[in-house]
Design a protein around this ligand. Sequence first.
Ligand code: ADP
Length: 484
Amino acid sequence: MKKNKQQKKVLFASSEVYPFAKTGGLADVSFGLPKAMSTLFDVSIIMPMYKSIDKKRFNIKSKGISFDITLGEKTYCVEVCSTVYEGIKCYFVESKILSNKKHIYGTPENGYKDNDLRFGLFSKAVVAFIKESKNYDLLHLNDWQSALCALFVKEDKNIRTKTIFTIHNLAYQGVFSKKTLARIGLSKDYYNMDDLEFYGDVSFMKAGIAYADAITTVSPNYAREILTAEFGCGLEGFLQKHKNKLSGILNGVDTSHFSPKTDSALVQNYNAKSYAKKRVNKEAYLKERGLEDSELPLFVFIGRFTWQKGVDLFIESLRQLSKLKINIAILGDGESKYHNQIKLLSAKHKNIDIHFGYDEALSHRMYASADFLLMPSHFEPCGLNQLISMSYGVIPIVNSVGGLKDSVHPFSDYDAKQNYGYGIRFNSKEKNALLKSVKEAMELYKNKELFEEINTHNISCDFSWASSAKSYALLYNTLTKKRL
Ligand code: ADP
């Protein structure tokens, strides 16, 4: 991107950024949002350097900047590397404890024991980098892994950079034992309800909420939900205290990575006008995965096998779903109890296909092949799958929570004039809700004309970052104006 001296300088800090490291939607947002903002602001990204990142492939080079960062009694040497990806300057914080592990955070069941030190170090290094660079107007923080930056910025009276903290998922808070304060070298004065203390432990998430100048979360509905006991994960009271600086802005999709028109992972590209060509993808996919009869509607589930994603509800219904005249394809990875149950069911039913693991290209082919996406999440801060699916002409079937409620409108209210996507919403608290919705989807599938009209309408809608970037720009400008 061309730099303009008048533009405000923004540093976007995240623990995962697509395509360098990704475990979920945070990575997609952490590239898509800064890229969208880069037309209005001078935006760079900063993230940890992980062992899994291919330095050669991304041309990541040392910047010749290094710091000694002290956490408690230990001092760590940190080096900053950088590259430019799709016009965006990306910085990487490299240090032994952060960069020498196989996984980003740990296994799906357990995070690494020294994640407090790893992300405490990352956060302190980001703030040291800001201080060294001197001219950042704004630091945009994301989730607990960079939340401590807000505290380190507030502690240093010489730093005038403003901070925004975005909550992508309140269920992951970075909670560690009380000893973490000493391990990181933070004053024990922080151990109280108004600061970092959380039910006898210490919460990194609380640092972002308490000390950032503004808090956002990834959908307006989730911004309301997290103020309640049902969705607040124990932080509802704390969030209510800080609610004057909280707002919800819906995520977008990075259309340069997710567009059926240009996606290089697809067998056949298509758009709303050439929607009929989508079928080529479905046929190729069924063949590839050994599923039969392309006349049957194809339902897909793509995501992490965790309670959040409603995998328990999905498994509960799967036996009955398998008896319907449909095909079901699953792509995902996660907790082994879910893994085993799904494996058993798919072995018994030839209309259920399962692919364990993380496979970006396969996920794109599934979006291009499916007729319906199943998303029975118990809670969903925003959700990207439903946005991607609608932009690929796949009707989402979603539980009516969080960003799913904001972004998927019931097809029974279909109005071609509206620029929003349509799908099927259910309430998971009602008995057999998912099964009933799948039957409703089968009826819709039989009505070829309406099915096609809704899909072509959805493909034509704008799910890009364009409108959300405007809301972030307003916030960025308001915050940085206060400095004058
Ligand atoms: P999360 O809570 O996991 O962040 P989101 O809906 O916000 O959920 O984003 C999920 C992103 O990760 C989407 O881009 C989705 O396609 C992708 N994804 C999830 N699981 C897999 C997988 N097993 N293989 C490939 N992509 C996946």
